[in-house]
Design a protein around this ligand. Structure first.
Ligand code: FDA
Length: 302
């Protein structure tokens, strides 16, 4: 537990971040979790996944930009990604963070950036998935997601570790807005989030059921075999076919389970990050599973 807090605290450390992100050796650390630095690296990784029957959600790494210019550039990078997805006929969506689109600076500029991207996703037959960040941004993210979902194809993340999430799932279901259900990756106080894994897991199962019964093409995003089993059992019990939901997992994590789901005929989408601003994402992956530190150290020294 303390290691989770430590890595999440370190994920916000700016000096360590700039040292890590500019170190030439650091690329060796990130290979397992990140497709590469450029859009071309990313598209190649997505094409390889597609050959195996796996769809992708492209994540151009970046969060908490500090100028509106950077926010606009992030939006433009994603627009370019959508053009390439369409040109190469990839089964891929894009996954964004509102703080990468300017949410800390101007809500209106952020909404404008998101709406432009959603219009492009609609025109290119793709989708914009909106990640959920810390609780500082939950209301803002849901507000933007609702506005964007009224204009085009959007899926919003809801985190099972938050006490509030049942209400958020109900609202999304009423609006017909697709949801990606995940457990939650940030360091949150007990006042807003369940501190124990058993409670998060139990809430995950409750929310999964709501989404399977009343949601629109939910994405069950987890590497937890118990959550997979609960979802498959519930789908079977309710007669919900594999064409009505998808599983999502992170690039490079639990490839054994990815294969198992595919072999059983379920839809799978991987969240595939790329870019140079990889540090916070990478630290959150270490926080989720401290054993990754040994894996990373081993590949570094080989
Ligand atoms: P849990 O943490 O209980 O792990 C279950 C098992 O999965 C572990 O025993 C281990 O085998 C494996 N595992 C989990 N994490 C691993 C790791 N880093 N390395 C290696 N093995 C690992 N969060 C968020 O707050 N906002 C968001 O927008 C998103 N978006 C998102 C998209 C997708 C597609 C996924 C899969 C996840 C997210 N997350 C997220 C992250 C999510 O909230 C959560 O932190 C991680 O998925 C880990 O939780 P699990 O559900 O995998 O279960």
């Amino acid at each position: 537990m303390w290691t989770r807090h430590l890595f999440l605290k370190l994920s916000e450390n700016r000096p360590l971040r700039s040292w890590m992100e500019t170190s030439p050796k650091a690329k060796l650390l990130t290979r397992r979790f990140i497709a590469g630095e450029t859009l071309e690296d990313e598209l190649r990784a997505c094409a390889r996944l597609q050959e195996q029957g796996i769809s992708a959600a492209l994540d151009h790494l970046g969060e908490n930009v500090t100028t509106l210019d950077e926010a606009r550039q992030s939006a433009e990078a994603y627009e370019a990604a959508l053009d390439e997805i369409a040109a190469r006929k990839l089964h891929a969506t894009v996954s964004i963070k509102i703080t990468q689109f300017g949410a800390d600076l101007s809500q209106e500029a952020c909404v404008e950036n998101v709406l432009r991207l959603v219009a492009k996703a609609k025109a290119t037959n793709s989708r914009v998935e909106i990640d959920m960040e810390s609780t500082r941004y939950t209301d803002q993210t849901l507000d933007i997601a609702e506005r964007a979902a009224a204009e085009g194809p959007v899926r919003c993340v809801i985190q099972a570790y938050l006490h509030r999430s049942a209400e958020d799932v109900d609202r999304a279901n009423q609006l017909g807005m697709p949801v990606r259900l995940c457990k939650g990756a940030y360091d949150e106080p007990e006042t807003v989030a369940y501190p124990y894994k058993a409670d998060v897991d139990s809430n995950y199962v409750q929310l999964m059921k709501k989404l399977m019964d009343e949601g629109t093409f939910p994405a069950i995003a987890t590497h937890d075999p118990k959550m997979h089993a609960a979802t498959l059992a519930y789908a079977k019990q309710r007669g919900i076919g594999p064409d009505r939901f998808e599983f999502q997992m992170l690039y490079g994590i639990r490839r054994d389970l990815q294969k198992k789901l595919l072999d059983q005929g379920y839809r799978l989408r991987l969240y595939v990050p790329y870019g140079t601003a990889w540090y916070p994402y990478f630290m959150r992956r270490l926080a989720e599973r401290p054993a990754n530190v040994f894996f990373v150290a081993r590949s570094f020294f080989h």
